[in-house]
Design a binder for this molecule. Structure first.
Ligand code: CTP
Length: 410
């Protein structure tokens, strides 16, 4: 696998002559598999045009707080990234960050995030040695920010000294170190269900629902990137399994039940994001396609499918259990009922139906209800960002209780 495969990097480019080096850095990050979004300051745009970064990143460059239709780019952008890298980082940018100044998009988004931050300073040697600047570097390092040391060599002033933007190898090695430290789910085994199920009426017709599987796949991707081992049991979807995830394809609720039951003793965490059909035809009406003129008006008799989550909850030994609730109204009350009834550690409550429906959307807006009575709102963001927040909350309440020490050997 490429070293930075599927890692999401927010690249901040500030107004230094070294901004041109951010172009080749972006190409290297992309070549290593990273998904990079670029934020430029207004000074950076005097050195390199946004178009260069747009073409190479495949995403629009965001350069001000007010250009985004969401209205909240300073919150959305860091939430959708695994790491923030500022390269080149000017003396001004470094000082603003240390002092908590928020007067443009890049400085403001740095104040909203707990994601790892790496700064690759570039400035004149005399500026780098200023006591004020050294003090800011110490402050930032003490707060957990990685401030790389600039390199020595010829500077833009024609002088020789320390102040050149660190080389690509130093930046990449810091990136890899910070990203691999984010493996808070290492040692855990995730069993995740996703997508709809299909309940056959005849060989060509079925009962199903509008789930696309995006939320479950996003959780699988987040879990594997945070160090977990992941088996994704998926109903029929258009999606490809995330890198590093083992996928088991199923069609009906019964097949999903069998696939999950088999692997349940292995798992430390079960996340039921699938929209399992609650009903199926009592018996498939025919082995052959029912021709419409053969149908003589008899009703389609339905029966309940197994409640997979409730059944596995009754068999749990050490697993953490997370359910989803798709509701059209009274979402918190129904979610709470499911938490109690199915004896879960957590329920993620979605609203479905209407223009804000979770089904098929790229974004989601959910409430997380925990067994300790907490209600956490995760405001609308990409499903991948919501997946990380769900795993953050689950880690907070439950990770210590289902560590591998408690597991039977696999
Ligand atoms: N679920 C399941 N097996 C089913 C139906 C649902 O495991 N046959 C799981 C879903 O994957 C989800 C949770 O149960 O994690 C809640 O599903 P939902 O259908 O919303 O809830 P129900 O408990 O079936 O209640 P209701 O249909 O009354 O809303």
């Amino acid at each position: 696998m490429m070293p930075l495969a599927h890692r999401r990097i927010l690249l901040g480019v500030t107004g230094s002559i070294a901004a041109y080096k951010a172009v080749t850095l972006l190409r290297t990050l992309r070549a290593q598999g990273a998904d990079v979004r670029v934020v430029m300051t207004s000074a950076a745009k005097r050195f390199v045009t946004p178009l260069t970064f747009e073409v190479l990143s495949g995403h629009p460059v965001v350069d001000n707080l007010f250009s985004d239709p969401s209205g909240l780019p300073h919150i959305r952008l860091p939430e959708e990234a695994d790491l923030i890298l500022i390269a080149p980082c000017t003396a001004n940018r470094l000082a603003k960050y240390a002092l908590g100044i928020a007067d443009d998009l890049l400085s403001t988004l740095l104040l909203t995030t707990a994601r790892p931050v790496i700064l690759a300073p570039a400035m004149d040697g005399a500026m780098w040695r200023q006591p004020a600047l050294m003090h800011h570097v110490e402050t930032l390092r003490a707060r957990g920010v990685t401030v790389l040391d600039p390199e020595s060599g010829p500077l833009a002033s024609g002088q020789w000294g320390e102040g050149r933007m660190p080389g690509e190898e130093a930046i990449l090695s810091a990136l890899r170190a910070r990203l691999s430290a984010q493996r808070d789910w290492q040692g855990h085994r995730f069993l995740i269900s996703a997508g709809p199920t299909r309940e056959a009426i005849d060989p060509v017709r079925f009962l199903s629902n509008g789930s696309t599987g995006k939320m479950g796949y996003a959780i699988a991707e987040a879990a594997v990137q945070r160090g977990g081992e992941v088996v994704l049991v998926s109903g029929p979807t258009e999606l490809l399994p995330p890198a590093g995830v083992e996928q088991v394809s199923v069609v009906s609720a019964e097949e999903m039940y069998q696939a999950l039951s088999l692997r349940f003793p292995w798992a430390t965490v079960l996340i039921m994001a699938a929209a399992v059909s609650d009903f199926r035809p009592r018996k498939p009406l025919s082995d052959r396609k029912i021709k419409k003129d053969q149908w003589n008006g008899e009703p389609l008799e339905l029966e309940r499918t197994p409640d997979i989550l409730a059944a596995l909850s009754a068999q749990r030994t050490h697993q953490c259990l997370v359910g989803f609730a798709a509701e059209t109204e009274d979402v918190l009350r129904h979610g709470h009922d499911k938490l109690m009834r199915k004896r879960l550690d957590m329920v993620v409550v979605n609203r479905v139906g209407g223009s804000e429906s979770a089904f098929g959307s790229e974004t989601n807006d959910v409430f997380v209800l925990t067994k300790h009575g907490a209600t956490v709102h995760i405001p609308r963001s990409s499903k991948r960002a919501v997946a990380d927040r769900i795993l953050d909350e689950l880690h907070r309440i439950n990770a210590p209780a289902c560590t591998s020490e408690f597991l039977p050997s696999s």
